[in-house]
Structure formats: structure tokens, C-alpha cells
Design a binder for this molecule. Structure first.
Ligand SMILES: NC(=O)c1ccc[n+]([C@@H]2O[C@H](COP(=O)([O-])OP(=O)(O)OC[C@H]3O[C@@H](n4cnc5c(N)ncnc54)[C@H](OP(=O)(O)O)[C@@H]3O)[C@@H](O)[C@H]2O)c1
Length: 286
């Protein structure tokens, strides 16, 4: 059955690929992005020209923008079957080098942005007793690498929110699940990042941190230029989740080809332990 699918942050990267993938499948796609009439006008025009695709302005950091966008979609289509929380920004640098406002900026998009959109869409999905929410987290929402701890923490926060609410939503007819991409060469790499903003801290850490940074740069450059996993894998994973029978969707879908299967192994092992741990309390059956 064709669904109404709303995607946040669809100007570039995974979001744009998801729009194209769902449109090809004949779904009604609401490709949302900020700055539709200015910075992202060319992306809006390209996606808006696809069949059964509408571009809607939505900035996940702006309450009114989120409310207006969701209201307009419900007024026109009467429902949102699938919400994909994809919008996100990256940030790097030693944790101590961040001021709190800078970390708050990162969280405003990656974490509060997701909650803003969910809080508008969830009441309507619950009323319909139907809906799927897919949130794009990251492998660094499971393992925290150095020199990007603030970004990683924003994804860990998402993991905590969604894991808890996944169980809350049982019985509401709504499923909320996560996709966890590994490293993929998308536009996120070239965009302005919300980096550590306190001058001089990084240098104070000296040679050991410089060595870690140098090594990470080499590893990621190699990953993006040589292995270069295809970002379409993430759009395909989102499509698989949409096509999976309701009630059978896994809480987490790790997609990190560079990990050579360790991502899936980690998920399987932790999921098994999580279930045993929760049942040891006898609180809820999951
Ligand atoms: N690429 C990776 O290796 C990787 C790995 C794990 C997870 N992820 C996650 O995957 C998601 C998509 O990232 P990507 O790699 O496809 O990067 P991308 O090409 O930069 O896409 C990110 C999207 O988010 C949008 N966005 C940023 N701030 C926004 C805001 N305030 N309101 C609405 N949209 C906003 C961007 O729009 P603008 O163009 O207007 O900024 C862009 O459309 C993100 O959540 C990211 O954290 C990426």
C-alpha cells in the first residue's frame, strides 16, 4: 500500500536518496528541508520535480516551522504514515574544547529537533493507531569515538529516547525504530560543522591527542576514498523498514559495512542482554 512519508533534512545526503527511493516506489513523499526558497532552492526544485513528491519547508530547530509543516501535511493528506527523522549536523573536537552553548547548538538539531517533530506527529499517529517513525542515529550512538564525543553524545541521547519510547508505544499502533549508519561519504563531511569552540584547549592536550587525531584522519580518509560504502544502503534500509510487516520491525538497524559485520554482532548481543536484563526485573515483557 502506498504511504505518506515525511522526511526531515532531505536537501542532500541520505535524506535526498530516501526521497528518490520512496518516490520511485510510488509513495507520496513529503521532502522537507530548511531554506527552501534560498540556500536549498536548487535541491528543492530537483526533488519537487520527482513524481508524487512535495517539498515542504521545515527547520527542525524552529517550533513554528515544525508545527506549520506538519499541520499543512495533515490538512492536505489527512495522515503521515511514516516519519523519517534524518536531519542532523556533525561536530568535532576534544570534548573539553566545547562551550555548552555550542553543544546545545548540536543537540538542538540532532536531539531536540527529533523530539520537536515527534511531538507534533505522534498524537496524530496515536489517534490513527498507526504509524512508523524511523530515526537516523549512528554507529557512534553505540560506541563513542574520540574527538567527536559531543556529536556521539547527541546520537547516544537519541538511542536512549527511542529505545525507551519504543516500548511505551507498544499498544498504540505506532512503531519507533532506529537506523544506525557507519561512516558514509555524504555532504555532511563538507558542511560547516559545530566544532569545539574554545581556543587553545586541543593544543594543551599535546602530542598524544595530536597522534590520535592524525590516525583518525588517515583512517577516515581511507574509508571515504577507498572503501567508500554507498550511501544508498541507508535509503535501502529505510525502505526495508517501511516494507517490513507492522510489529516485526527491529528496534535497531545497524548499517556499517566498514565494520565487517561487527555492527550486527554488537546489536544482536546487546539486544539479547537488554531483553534478559529487563526481564530480570520482571517489569515489562519486550
Ligand atoms: N554520513 C555519515 O557518515 C553519517 C553516519 C551516521 C549518521 N549520520 C546521520 O545521518 C543523517 C543525515 O546526514 P547525511 O550524512 O546525509 O548528511 P547531510 O548530507 O549533511 O544531510 C543532513 C541534512 O540535515 C539537514 N539539516 C541540518 N540542520 C537542519 C535543520 N535545522 N532543519 C532541517 N534540516 C536540517 C541538512 O540541511 P542543510 O543542507 O540545510 O544543512 C541536510 O539536508 C544525520 O542525522 C547524520 O547525523 C550520517
Amino acid at each position: 500500500m502506498k504511504k505518506v512519508i515525511l522526511i526531515t533534512g532531505s536537501s542532500t545526503g541520505f535524506g535526498a536518496l530516501m526521497v528518490r527511493t520512496f518516490a520511485k516506489e510510488g509513495h507520496m513523499v513529503i521532502a522537507t528541508m530548511r531554506n527552501v526558497k534560498s540556500k536549498n532552492a536548487q535541491f528543492a526544485e530537483a526533488l519537487g520535480a520527482l513524481p508524487n513528491t512535495e517539498v515542504v519547508d521545515l527547520d527542525v530547530t524552529d517550533d513554528a516551522s515544525v508545527k506549520n509543516a506538519v499541520k499543512a501535511v495533515y490538512a492536505k493528506h489527512g495522515k503521515i504514515d511514516v516519519l523519517i527523522n534524518n536531519a542532523g549536523i556533525y561536530g568535532g573536537g576534544v570534548l573539553e574544547g566545547y562551550t555548552l552553548p555550542q553543544i546545545q547548538k548540536l543537540f538542538d538539531v540532532n536531539v531536540w529537533g527529533v523530539l520537536r517533530v515527534n511531538n507534533e506527529v505522534l498524537p496524530l499517529m496515536r489517534a490513527a493507531k498507526d504509524g512508523l517513525i524511523v530515526t537516523v542515529s549512528s554507529q557512534v550512538g553505540r560506541i563513542s569515538l574520540p574527538l567527536q564525543a559531543a556529536y556521539n553524545a547527541s546520537k547516544f541521547a537519541l538511542e536512549g529516547f527511542i529505545e525507551g519510547s519504543h516500548t511505551e508505544l507498544m499498544g498504540q499502533g505506532v512503531e519507533s525504530v532506529l537506523i544506525e549508519p557507519g561512516g558514509f561519504m555524504t555532504e555532511i563531511i563538507s558542511k560547516a560543522h559545530v566544532n569545539a569552540d574554545r581556543a587553545g584547549i586541543h593544543e594543551e592536550y599535546g602530542a598524544k591527542l595530536a597522534e590520535i587525531q592524525q590516525h583518525m584522519q588517515e583512517v577516515f580518509t581511507k574509508l571515504f576514498t577507498e572503501a567508500a560504502p554507498d550511501p544508498q544502503l541507508i535509503a535501502d534500509a529505510a525502505l526495508r523498514l517501511v516494507n517490513t510487516e507492522k510489529g516485526k520491525r527491529p528496534l535497531r538497524t545497524p548499517v556499517d559495512p566498514s565494520s565487517k559485520g561487527i555492527d550486527v554482532e554488537y546489536n544482536n548481543v546487546t539486544e539479547e542482554i537488554r531483553k534478559r536484563w529487563i526481564s530480570a526485573y520482571g517489569l515489562v515483557k519486550i
